[in-house]
Design a binder for this molecule. Sequence first.
Ligand code: ADP
Ligand code: MG
Length: 449
Amino acid sequence: MLTCDTPNIWTQFLEYVKDRCSPTAYGNWLAPIHLLEFSNDEITLEVPNVFVQEYLLSNYKKDLCAFLPVNSQGEPCVNFVISAPVKKPVPQREVSEAVVPPSSDVEERVKVKLNSNYQFETFIEGPSNQFVKSAALGVASRPGRSYNPLFIHGGVGLGKTHILHSIGHYVQKHHRGQRVQCITTEAFINDLVDSLRNKSVDKMKRFYRSDVSVLLVDDIQFLQNRLNFEEEFCNTFEALINQNKQIVITSDKPPAQLKLSERMIARMEWGLVAHMGMPEVETRVAILQNKAEQKGLKIPSKVLFFIAEHIHNNVRQLEGAINRLSAHCRLLKESITEELVERTLREMLQQAPKNKITVEQILKSVAAVFQVRVSDLRGSSRTKEIALPRQVAMYLAKEMINESLMTLGISFGKTHSTILHACKNIEKKVVSNETLRRQIQMVRRNVDT
Ligand code: ADP
Ligand code: MG
């Protein structure tokens, strides 16, 4: 048992750790832990909640082992006791909050201010992002009543946040009674941590589960490896879906590739999973033109094509290119030529990425999932059993391979319009066909591994 003269190893541990972490982390995670009991064999700590326990074990296990008793498996011998929640008398204000939708409360919650430039009107469409845009518009027009959740995935800088905020703007404009809450996953976690610390978790839960009508969550990939936060998020998620409240989630990967629990992945695949691809070269030119016009720049279309052909995996870089050119022209008063572009944008201009996924890999994976032969997929049979998987292969090739429709067409021995037609057909089918959605997820998973 702990006595006055027992060397307080816990205090020594805290002092050691304090020098090695940020004051915020220390305040949030370590300061709230109290030593209850200490013997030669074990130590009992009081923690405000299981998140703090998990944090301590996952971040400081090695240090705990150095300071505390260790068992035969090399684990620190620590018991945790969750402190009893402090039962405060319910103040009058809280009672009325539960009845009337709170207003002052809502302003207090962390949220992302919607970027006024990110609207449907400023989003340039092309074959690679049309599907996402129309799904997003569908959700924004009838929140909670079309696809729920809508899960948007795609690489960095392709317009996921742009679309997410567009939904927020649209709902605010057209459905004034609906409360939109747009957050990043990081912000959600921080909010939860603060609420736990201030013992106001119930208030937070009430807010997310009752007051929010449309929840927009950016970058769910940051929920990976945050086990207990994941559970809380999943509960919030289910509560909202059960009340037909709309959820939209963005991610850099499809649900099945996220390192999250089966339960969470299944929930995210419940609604519609939509892929945001890199715009094709024509769309990239349109985006460049649009951004150049906004900056008052006149750029010859040959030059626009030149930039669009060389920057092919990130729309944000296209914007960056225009910004650089704009600055260059203003400072040096040079007119924009291909040569000038090459000079100013040298490090942005990229070579084609290596280790690309091939059409062959996709065909193999489709053949395995749909139980057909690759040669049949490459052939011209129009029977349903072959034509559908063939179209799935084309749809996934467009999603996973960063090539023009023309090039993909050649790889399949078809025209670019056959590929486009296949993509449109599958996009339409996945909306209502659950089995097909699962099969497509399986193919994606197979190709990637
Ligand atoms: P992500 O969230 O996918 O990383 P963002 O939504 O932040 O990407 O987009 C990066 C930038 O590119 C933003 O400034 C956005 O407005 C712009 N952008 C992306 N796609 C488009 C598009 N189709 N039309 C116009 N702007 C776009
Ligand atoms: Mg983003």
